[in-house]
Ligand binder design. Sequence first.
Ligand code: NAD
Length: 485
Amino acid sequence: MTQIDIPVGAHLIGGEWSTTGGTALSINPARPDEPVGEHAVGDASTAADAVSAAVDAQKAWRDIGFKRRAEILEAAAILFDQRADELAMLATLEEGKTLPESRGEATLSAETCRYQAGVIKMPRESVYPSSKRGETIRTLRAPLGTVGVITPWNFPILIPVWKIAPALAAGNTVVWKTASNTPLTSVAIAKVFQDAGVPAGALNLILGPGSMGGALVADGRVDGVTFTGSVPVGFGIRETVTARNGRVQLELGGHNPAIVFDDANLDVAVPLIVAGAMGSTGQKCTATRRVIAVGGIYDELVERMGGAVSALSIGDGQDPNTAIGPIVATRARAEVAEGLDKAISQGAEVVATASVPDSSECYFAPTLLTGSTSLDIWTEEVFGPISTVVKVDSEDEAFELANNTEFGLSASVFTNDMWRIDRATHELQAGLVKINAPTTGSEIHVPFGGEKSSSGHAPREQGDTALDFFTRTRSVYINPGTPAP
Ligand code: NAD
């Protein structure tokens, strides 16, 4: 199945591949009766062993110096490019998304490693004037120490890498608790870093249920935790980590709006909104869940979006004709179906759906709804390919509605009016504001993160701010050890 020589389904602890604990099968949501492979399932003691290995390795990894760490990340970048096809195949088999979507994650991972290897060489320390002769005052960026990385399944390659690369670059050692739906992809990623030269203990991977993440965040030896996932889990992690005065970074849910003004060019807007809503089977934190049509454009927008949604081809992510793969697992699919049923029972109208194969229970028809803002689906994140369009009469109403949510991850505006664009950049309460562009998608050299309940208060991930979370600033006063002549 894959050319990558991975130690099948093993944890990586202190440089050793270990199958301690129980076992489980990794399931392909497009072909549930053809498991992708077997993998180890650890417990709290596995997490503790991995933390011990990371703590033991930290000093040596710090002292190896930034130049060598950057060289190792550059070697990892080359391997991510070389193994992009195999990594993509694993991610598609385990997560369900299409091969081009998975491949994009692999190549962006290469770019992330290369970029973070460059950022660590940039001047980030300062020299201050001193009131005393002979004294030098400077700041130093010290690594946090050992960090916990906890990741979701929906970007099984890129999200782990965009956390691990800057963490390692800054001189931290890492314990990575990956999502239980994508274990074998995670093993292949850990193998990339190992083959690139990351020494034993600097990166540790643990496989298993969420409770292992709980053990990791409660471990007082873990100096910081970076988490991407759902709001309740993220808020619980924040409570645990801050209670022991650790550092925590959260990237959580979204409920992202696209405002379409009546001057928008629908030839441009419709494909972008549908891609933003339905791409990766709607399983993106930045997916377009809400579409706000302003005034007279509503009818044509709904009609054209409906046409685009019903034309989507749903199928196995390995099939080159597939635009939208299955939902990651039967339980996740059931939650999405429940969200849709509830919306319909509350009065939402189904404008369009696409047809789905019956070869797996995980397929779910992308669905376009119209309805009112009183629907639960208008305020709650349903993590699948459903988008709802509502009509408003004025620009003021549109901005108010867009912001009327607990989330603030991403927001789009479609218009050619420069004053509306200016207003959007200042007034939309979202970490990503996209003009004539989908709510999804970002560049790895640009800071990424949300506002309100979509994020915590730590520095942004990605871009040149990524290192800020993984370092602490130390002020150093250096004086001559002899009296002034
Ligand atoms: P999840 O919160 O269920 O799980 C995320 C990770 O946390 C997994 O590795 C899981 O095993 C682990 N975990 C579960 N319980 C835990 C606990 N008690 N303590 C510690 N770790 C625990 O989320 P998911 O279903 O994997 O991902 C979907 C969610 O992620 C959606 O809400 C989506 O919006 C969000 N997401 C956000 C971003 C972003 O950048 N803001 C990106 C992708 C996904």
